[in-house]
Design a protein around this ligand. Structure first.
Ligand code: G
Ligand code: G
Ligand code: MN
Ligand code: NA
Length: 254
């Protein structure tokens, strides 16, 4: 309907833009990376979150275009932070199932890198745990291998909400997992804590790094740190911010 009709033009004219949420080292509070989150500054409906337009983009076959429009803008901002020596940027980009299965994925990512001068250690691709289970075809698995060969890390997003990806973790070149906030928010609840400890043990065993999502307060951050979870993201540290706000945040916290 309305959203779907406006979407293609909005992608073209930059109405859909990257916002940024820092990922923090829980041991010392320094900045590890930043997750890039799409936002649509809609002329009449105001600020829209992905939940309001990603499904429509998917139905319209526009997610690949949308993801790359966001990635390109995000990497341009990162180039600026690098140039201003505010920070050695490390950005995490969300990939929709269609984006992961795109035969031109590697070519497009390398082109963004070439244009911005960012190197493969500065780019992380996040895919949902469920994408690997439901949305992956041979092309997706080829891409996953190629990303690893290029030195680009792959992280599993919303980890703990899908299922059966434990065996996949041993077969795929996954660098890290992002603990879903439904596992993090209840901490230090004993059951949530048991799951946390089990997942951290598994991650250590498989040599995966772990980022806790939805870290909303200091008690949760301290608990995670006590259990040996090194990285966290959430409102305790910062909300997702537009680029100019994140630039200001970096000059205070970077
Ligand atoms: O920012 P917010 O919590 O509303 O994001 C919700 C979800 O939308 C994120 O967890 C992420 O999976 C998805 N998302 C955010 N930005 C992008 C994007 O640029 N591309 C894709 N494919 N998904 C995104
Ligand atoms: O990639 P993913 O879908 O996990 O994106 C994270 C989403 O969670 C974003 O939409 C972001 O706005 C949201 N978010 C980030 N930090 C917090 C938090 O501390 N609490 C809650 N409830 N949501 C958060
Ligand atoms: Mn994500
Ligand atoms: Na997530």
């Amino acid at each position: 309907q309305r959203i779907q009709g406006d979407l293609s033009a909005a992608i073209q004219n930059g109405e859909i833009e990257p916002w940024f949420q820092p990922q923090i080292r829980l041991t010392d509070g320094t900045v590890h990376g930043v997750e890039v989150l799409a936002r649509w500054q809609h002329p009449t409906m105001g600020l829209l979150n992905p939940v309001a337009f990603l499904p429509a983009a998917e139905r319209a076959g526009l997610t690949v275009e949308l993801d790359h429009a966001i990635w390109r803008q995000a990497m341009q901002h990162a180039q600026g932070w690098q140039a201003e020596k505010l920070w050695y940027p490390r950005i995490s980009l969300n990939a929709a199932p269609d984006t992961l299965s795109d035969p031109y994925l590697i070519e497009r990512v390398l082109l963004h890198m070439q244009r911005t001068g960012l190197t493969s250690d500065q780019v992380v691709i996040e895919v949902l745990e469920t994408t690997l289970i439901n949305g992956s075809d041979d092309m997706a698995f080829l891409n996953i291998d190629s990303l690893a060969e290029c030195g680009i890390a792959l992280e599993l997003d919303d980890f703990g909400t899908g299922y059966a990806s434990l065996s996949r973790l041993t077969q795929l070149p996954v660098a890290g997992i992002k603990l879903d906030r439904s596992l993090v928010a209840p901490l230090p609840d004993p059951r949530a804590d048991s799951i946390l400890r089990a997942l951290l043990a598994l991650a250590t065993e498989l040599d995966l790094h772990v980022i806790a999502e939805g870290v909303e307060d200091e008690a949760i951050a301290a608990h995670l740190n006590m259990r040996g979870c090194l990285l966290g993201q959430g409102y305790r540290f910062a909300r997702p911010m537009p680029a100019d706000e994140f630039t200001a945040w970096l000059s205070e916290n970077g």
